[in-house]
Write a protein that binds this ligand. Structure first.
Ligand code: PHB
Ligand code: FE
Length: 326
C-alpha cells in the first residue's frame, strides 16, 4: 500500500498523477489515457471517452455485470469484489491469450478510480454532461472540477418527492429545465390523500422531473417497489460505456429516439441494431452488451431488477436470457 501511495503521487510532464492497481498501470497525457498490464499489454483510449466511462463506473458502484470502457478495458461487478480486465470480452484477445484480469475489493478499486477521476478531470470539464454542454477535457493539467465529479446519483428509497426521500428538482434547488426540454409542461399533479395516508399517497410530474436532469446517461433510482427499480435518465450523444448485462433490462423510450447497437456479451459479435422511438419498449436479454446513441437529448426509462440472485440464475441456465418470446 505504501508503494502504491508513493507511486500515485508521481506527477508526469503533463502535470498528471500516474496510478497503479495491482498489475495495472494508468497514465494520462494531453489527449489519451494509457493503460498497461503485466505481460507487455498496453492500451490507449481518448481521455474524454475514458473519463466519461470512469465517472459512471464510480457513480454506479460498478453497475450490474460488465462495464466495458471500450472494446478492451473494463470491470465486472461481483458485488463486493470487482474484476478489472483487459481483453477479457474481446474474442481476438482471448484467442491469442492476451487477455488479463485481476480481482480487487470494490472499495479499493472505487477509491483508486475516484482519485484518478479527481486528478485527471480539468477545470471546466464535466464528464457527466453532454459534449456541447461542457468544456474540453484535453491539455495539460489545469485545476479540477470537484463539484461535478462528486455529484451523487439519485437513489430514492421509495419515490422522489416523498418526505425524507430524494427531493424533486426545481428552479430553486438549482435544476432548471434543459435547453432541449423547455417545452415540457411543468405543472405538478394535485394529491388529495385521506388523513393518515399523506406519506403513502404520492404523485409528481415525471416528465417535468426528467426535463430538469443536469446529467446524461445516468439512470437515477426514482421509484422503488422491492427489487423493482424505475431508473429514468436523459440521454444525449452516446452511452459512454458498453454495458454487458448480467440480467434482463427493460427500456421504455419516453421521448425522441435512441439507436442501440446490441452485441454478444462475451465476444462482442454484433447481434442487432434497433431504433427506439417515443413509446417503444425493448427487453434487453441477459447475454448481450449494448451501447446507445441519442442524436438529441431524449428521455429513457430503464427498468432494473435488483434481485441479487439473478446473475447466478442466468449464468447457470436456470433462467433463459430473453424474458419474453414474440
Ligand atoms: C444500460 O446499460 O442499460 C444503460 C446505462 C445508462 C443509461 C441507459 C442505459 O443511461
Ligand atoms: Fe444495460
Amino acid at each position: 500500500m505504501a508503494e502504491t501511495k508513493q507511486q500515485s503521487k508521481q506527477i508526469n510532464e503533463h502535470g498528471y498523477r500516474s496510478f497503479k492497481l495491482g498489475g495495472f498501470g494508468f497514465e494520462r497525457d494531453e489527449y489519451f489515457a494509457h493503460i498497461k498490464w503485466p505481460g507487455g499489454g498496453g492500451h490507449i483510449v481518448a481521455v474524454d471517452r475514458f473519463l466519461r466511462a470512469l465517472i459512471r463506473d464510480v457513480a454506479w458502484n460498478f453497475f450490474y455485470g460488465i462495464v466495458n470502457f471500450d472494446e478492451v478495458f473494463g470491470t465486472v461487478n461481483h458485488y463486493g469484489t470487482v474484476a478489472v480486465f483487459a481483453g477479457l470480452y474481446n474474442s481476438a484477445y482471448r484467442e491469442r491469450k492476451r487477455d488479463h484480469v485481476e480481482t480487487f475489493s470494490s472499495d479499493q478499486t472505487r477509491t483508486l478510480f475516484e482519485a484518478m477521476l479527481d486528478d485527471w478531470t480539468n477545470e471546466g470539464y464535466d464528464p457527466f454532461a453532454a459534449p456541447t454542454e461542457t468544456g474540453t477535457p484535453f491539455g495539460q493539467k489545469h485545476g479540477n472540477n470537484r463539484e461535478a465529479i462528486k455529484r451523487t446519483r439519485v437513489t430514492a428509497r421509495r419515490m422522489v418527492g416523498l418526505k425524507d426521500d430524494s427531493p424533486l428538482r426545481t428552479d430553486a434547488n438549482g435544476y432548471k429545465p434543459n435547453r432541449q426540454f423547455e417545452d415540457v409542461n411543468q405543472s405538478e399533479p394535485e394529491v388529495h390523500a385521506e388523513p393518515g395516508f399523506e406519506n403513502e399517497v404520492h404523485a409528481f410530474n415525471f416528465f417535468g422531473y426528467l426535463s430538469r436532469s443536469d446529467v446524461t446517461w445516468n439512470p437515477s433510482v426514482t421509484a422503488v417497489v422491492k427489487d423493482s427499480l424505475l431508473c429514468p435518465t436523459t440521454e444525449e450523444f452516446m452511452l459512454p460505456v458498453i454495458h454487458g448485462n448480467d440480467r434482463c433490462e427493460w427500456f421504455v423510450q419516453l421521448s425522441d429516439e435512441i439507436h442501440w447497437e446490441v452485441s454478444d456479451r462475451d465476444t462482442g459479435a454484433p447481434r442487432a441494431r434497433l431504433v427506439m422511438k417515443a413509446g417503444d419498449v425493448a427487453a434487453m436479454p441477459a447475454d448481450i452488451r449494448h451501447q446507445g446513441f441519442s442524436p438529441k437529448r431524449s428521455m429513457l426509462l430503464v427498468w432494473e431488477n435488483a434481485d441479487g440472485t439473478l446473475p447466478e440464475q442466468y449464468a447457470s441456465g436456470k433462467l433463459r436470457p430473453n424474458p419474453v418470446d414474440f
